[in-house]
Design a protein around this ligand. Structure first.
Ligand code: ADP
Ligand code: MG
Length: 323
């Protein structure tokens, strides 16, 4: 009898995953991932969010077997990629970031070849059904070279689905994709989740992660800054920052703001982060004036992703210690 260990509750689990690309020519070695601990629950859509160069593709490529890790462990559907590489590979379908497609075959042939590669018996293949789901059924027999960029991207998604893996990994599936196709892909991913699939996608669009993902990990410079349910993350993001230019320069935050998330920025502005539903600008300004500060000017910033990065990085030291 199979005994589900705690680890098997996760579609993907990494421990202390590290990757340093070796030096080449004049380029020094590059640390792309540092001690990445992530757990992706089964049946969820999980977003890996981060700016360009954060290490998202490196993470995906290690899971996909396209890049070797430097150290650490990774399990896919309970299979360690070192111990059971074959089962781990069968458990995922990967849509890579680059639009690389073998142009010598038709879309249907590409799906059939892919299914064959994974030993899916003919009776279990769903190539036409998948092409239909991706809106490519009328292109099943054309030369792949004739497909537009958007169609190629859908074909890549179809190809990753050809062996019906429990885990789908999509690297920037909607980068450079038009609005209609983006919506279409989102709807399709939700449909897959309803059918029990687990989906991991990388993106640098906060809106995309917000719309789709049950859980979001933010990664920057190879390290996970935060990993939590989307609702919790949005709760943090739903903040504004009041920026006050004082009449005379300050050397510290006044004590009347001790209870607030306040700091002085490099331009000498007093920045107070607050939640709109909990505090008003008026009340904050009162506290600032009670602190003996005369206000020359104010502005209010919406938190954007950049700011969330900065704020979470500041909090990181005492707030987050990995999984
Ligand atoms: P992302 O997908 O988040 O944009 P990547 O994983 O592609 O980030 O890259 C992370 C870092 O590793 C970047 O600094 C990138 O330049 C570097 N990098 C990626 N691939 C290689 C490689 N093959 N050789 C050397 N450095 C690489
Ligand atoms: Mg990438």
């Amino acid at each position: 009898m199979d005994i589900l260990t705690q680890d098997d509750a996760f579609a993907i689990e990494t421990r202390q995953l590290c990757k340093t690309y070796a030096s080449s020519g004049k380029n020094p070695p590059k640390e792309a991932l540092r001690d990445v601990n992530l757990k992706v629950p089964r049946g969820s859509i999980f977003g890996l969010l981060g700016p360009n160069g954060a290490g998202k593709s490196t993470f995906i490529n290690i899971l996909a077997g396209l890049t070797t890790k430097t150290s650490g462990q990774a399990r896919i559907w309970g299979f360690d990629i070192d111990v059971n590489p074959r089962q781990a590979a069968v458990s995922i379908g990967v849509v890579p970031q680059e639009l690389s497609i073998d142009a010598y075959f038709s879309p249907l042939e590409i799906l059939e070849l892919q299914a064959g590669l994974y030993n899916v018996p003919s009776s279990k293949r769903r190539s036409m059904e998948i092409l239909q789901a991706m809106g490519l059924e009328d292109r099943a027999h054309v030369n792949t070279r004739s497909l537009s960029g958007g169609m190629r991207r859908r074909l890549l998604v179809a190809k990753a689905l050809a062996h019906d893996p429990p885990v789908m990994i999509l690297d920037e599936p909607t980068a450079g994709v038009d609005v209609d196709l983006r919506r279409h892909l989102w709807e399709y991913m939700k449909k897959l989740r309803e059918r029990g699939a687990t989906i991991v996608l990388t993106t640098h669009y906060l809106a995309e992660a917000q719309e789709l993902c049950d859980e979001i990990a933010i990664i920057d410079k190879g390290a996970v800054i935060v990993c939590e349910p989307t609702q919790d993350l949005l709760h943090r993001i739903d903040r504004k920052t009041l920026k006050v230019i004082p009449e005379t320069p300050l050397n510290r935050v006044p004590e009347t703001l001790n209870e607030e998330d306040a700091h002085l920025d490099e331009d000498g502005r007093l920045c107070v982060s607050y939640r709109r539903d909990e505090e008003s600008v008026g009340a904050l300004l009162d506290k600032i004036r009670h602190g003996g500060i005369s206000v020359r000017d104010i502005s209010v910033d919406e938190a954007d992703l950049e700011e969330v990065f900065l704020r979470l990085t500041r909090e990181e030291a005492h707030d987050y210690h990995g999984a």
